[in-house]
Design a protein around this ligand. Structure first.
Ligand SMILES: Cc1cc2nc3c(=O)[nH]c(=O)nc-3n(C[C@H](O)[C@H](O)[C@H](O)COP(=O)(O)O)c2cc1C
Length: 180
């Protein structure tokens, strides 16, 4: 069957879902989920994220040049969804979702304590890409929960990464999960 072109990305799924934390010029924390993301270079360590230009996350990325990529597990899927709701600028989605910010070591934006891994990043490039901005960040520090890497591979049964299918549909581990 032929699919509407605008739906092409539904085929490229399920996608690893992260929560990006940033701060604005006043130091206020922002958090939002993203699934248009991928590693793009090993040396130097670079990753890319596509953000709608209207997102507070994008504004903060532009202003501060920094962000943290947080890897959530299934345990905080409901909270992840709350961070994706639309709140006015300056509202801390972590507080709204009942998540805890944890100081980063290199960048000013905090990470999320409940996430299984945190990647501190500095923006190295930002270009318009259709209706999104393609932001590339250099990873400057990575912290993980002690038990989630085994022989260099992510232990998915322990970390339970959240993969986005679309809308409220996710894949977690080997099963599909729809939020109410
Ligand atoms: C699972 C999930 C994945 C998402 N992925 C993206 C994405 O890759 N790019 C994007 O621009 N928005 C994405 N969004 C939408 C933003 O997270 C959402 O619009 C959020 O409110 C933006 O918050 P902000 O304005 O505080 O940055 C996603 C939402 C969800 C729930």
């Amino acid at each position: 069957m032929e699919l509407e072109l605008s739906q092409f990305y539904r085929v490229l799924a399920p996608r690893t879902t992260i929560i990006i934390t940033t701060i604005n010029q006043k130091g206020e924390i922002n958090a939002a989920p993203f699934s248009f993301t991928m590693p793009v270079s090993v040396n130097p360590p670079l990753l890319a994220v596509a953000s709608a230009p209207t997102h507070h996350t994008y504004q903060n990325l532009q202003e501060s040049g920094e962000f943290v990529v947080n890897l959530p597990g299934e345990e905080i899927l409901e909270q992840l969804w709350i961070t994706g709701e639309s709140f006015p600028e300056g509202v801390n989605e972590l507080e709204k979702a009942g998540l805890t910010n944890e100081d980063s070591l290199i960048v000013d934006a905090p990470g999320i304590k409940e996430c299984v891994a945190r990647l501190e990043c500095k923006v190295v490039s930002d270009r318009e890409c259709g209706d999104h901005q393609l932001v590339v960040g250099e990873v400057v520090r990575v912290d993980t929960r002690d038990d989630i890497l085994v022989e260099g591979l992510l232990h998915v049964e322990r970390s339970k990464p959240v993969l986005h299918l679309g809308g409220k549909d996710f894949v977690v581990g080997d099963h599909r999960k729809r939020l109410d």
